[in-house]
Design a protein around this ligand. Structure first.
Ligand SMILES: [Zn+2]
Length: 469
């Protein structure tokens, strides 16, 4: 569950004087129209600000800020998600993950043939990968996993848990056209893959509503809603979180609306990755930029919100890398315990023994854990802690600014660790981890993601068994 302030009020947004002032002046002038784009790092108050803004916009008695007393305002702290004039959308597009077995079956192979057709399968994947159709090339290497991911960035695919794919046919067609024509098995398989997946593309614009992830809606449905009159107030506000997850087609469908929304509808796009949005979207929105929050502010806020010591709060804010929402969700004791395990791993040289590392990472990320949410949480924790540690080891090795070290309570250990690795290795590992963290944030399957990560780290020069420097 994402943390939200119990009362949505601008005063509760930390360290964002400039964007908040900007929003307040829009409210004061009563000049709010059209579409906005809220940008800035994750977990620093963008969505909260969007809700505060929306709350004031639909308030029956604005001052010009929300009065916190009218029937509209009162609906917001408690039953926000059912406020008739504010819609919050998130998880617009989910990436696809599909099992190799399911795919082969769909293409027409029988289960007892799977073994036999592995070579063909790998060859087809190689072919598709060459054309940048598959997401993660290492996922289909022999023995790694039975699951593949399709590339979905950002205009291909997302999936439902059932394993159904929704693919942008145009994109696949484009890719397939560039495949050399031939009658090899792999070409046929690639072709079947295309036929299988493209059949589903028509419904590729589905959107999950916050209140109910099962109930998905078409982006055209949203557009239609935008043109409806507000149900009770003066306006309707549409907040689309993680707007960068929109596919190109969805964005296209949205452009006209963004350019000229009906005068009583306001659209707010929220994103931590504005560079992934089309320039045409940027040009149609007024931009509100959020700054990183100072560590000290996060720490003060956390100390107060969680009633913990200043010292613990400071460590929490550093480990959360300045994200308030991450800091709020963090269980410090558990995090430190887990961090100790990783430090031991790094100093034991296990990273060079890919099998041991595999074993460790699987256990760490809750292998066998049935609760998917917890499993994802553990995997995220693993990757984030690894990221902070590798970041720090790089800094320690370069003799850089100690103030930027995140695990500041472990300075001696970090210096020790820095002697175990070469620069290049650390930087490679860091970039693999960042990429993996990015994939996880797009709801990719945890197991595939972690295995891909491990295999990639194993492939870093000097990391494989027996080659330790
Ligand atoms: Zn009000």
């Amino acid at each position: 569950m994402k943390y939200f302030h119990s009362q949505f009020d601008f005063n509760q947004i930390i360290d964002q004087e400039k964007p908040v002032l900007h929003l307040k002046s829009i409210l004061k002038r009563g000049s709010c129209t059209g579409a906005y784009l809220f940008t800035g790092q994750e977990g620093i108050g963008k969505k909260t600000a969007a809700i505060c803004f929306a709350k004031a916009l639909v308030c029956h008695n604005p001052s010009p800020y929300a009065c916190n007393a009218c029937t509209s305002c009162q609906k917001i702290p408690h039953t926000f998600f059912s406020h008739p004039d504010i819609s919050l959308y998130h998880d617009v597009y989910k990436p696809v993950a599909i099992s190799r077995a399911l795919l082969l079956k769909k293409i027409g192979f029988r289960e007892e043939e799977f073994e036999r057709v592995e070579g063909i399968y790998l060859e087809a994947c190689r072919l598709l990968e060459e054309k940048e159709f598959l997401l993660n090339p290492i996922n289909y290497k022999k023995g790694i996993n039975i699951i593949d991911l399709f590339y979905l960035d950002p205009d291909i695919i997302f999936v439902e848990e059932s394993g159904k794919c929704y693919v942008s046919a145009a994109q696949i067609e484009k890719n397939l056209d560039s495949l050399s024509k031939g009658d090899s098995y792999s070409y046929l398989l690639a072709k079947s893959l295309y036929t299988f997946t493209s059949g589903f593309y028509k419904q590729s614009f589905k959107i999950g509503k916050q209140e109910n992830n099962e109930g998905r809606e078409n982006i055209r449905g949203i557009v239609k809603e935008i043109y409806l009159k507000p149900s009770e107030g003066r306006r309707k506000v549409f907040i689309i979180d993680d707007a960068h997850k929109m596919t190109e087609e969805a964005a296209d469908a949205f452009l006209k609306t963004l350019e000229e929304p009906p005068k009583d509808s306001i659209i707010i796009l929220v994103t931590s990755k504005p560079e992934m949005l089309l320039p045409t979207i940027h040009s149609r929105c007024r931009k509100i930029k959020f700054q990183p929050v100072r560590r000290k502010s996060v720490s003060d806020f956390i100390a107060n919100a969680k009633s913990i010591s200043q010292e613990d709060a400071m460590l929490t804010s550093f480990l959360a890398q300045g994200s308030i929402s991450k800091a709020l969700e963090m269980d410090l004791e558990e995090t430190l315990k887990k961090r100790e395990e990783i430090i031991n791993l790094l100093s034991s040289g296990y990273l060079r023994d890919i099998e041991k590392f595999f074993h460790f990472a699987r256990e760490f990320s809750g292998e066998g854990e049935k609760d998917r949410k917890r499993k994802t949480g553990l995997t995220q924790l693993f990757i984030e802690l690894m990221l902070t540690l590798v970041h720090d080891v790089i800094l320690a090795k370069s003799g850089g600014n100690v103030d930027s070290i995140l695990n500041f309570d472990k300075l001696a250990e970090l210096r020790g660790l820095s002697r175990n690795f070469e620069y290049e290795q650390l930087e490679n590992i860091f970039s693999i981890l960042s990429r993996t963290s990015h994939l996880l944030s797009r709801n990719l399957d945890v197991r595939i993601t972690i295995e891909a990560l491990l295999a990639e780290i194993g492939g870093v020069k000097g990391m494989s068994k027996g080659k330790a420097p």
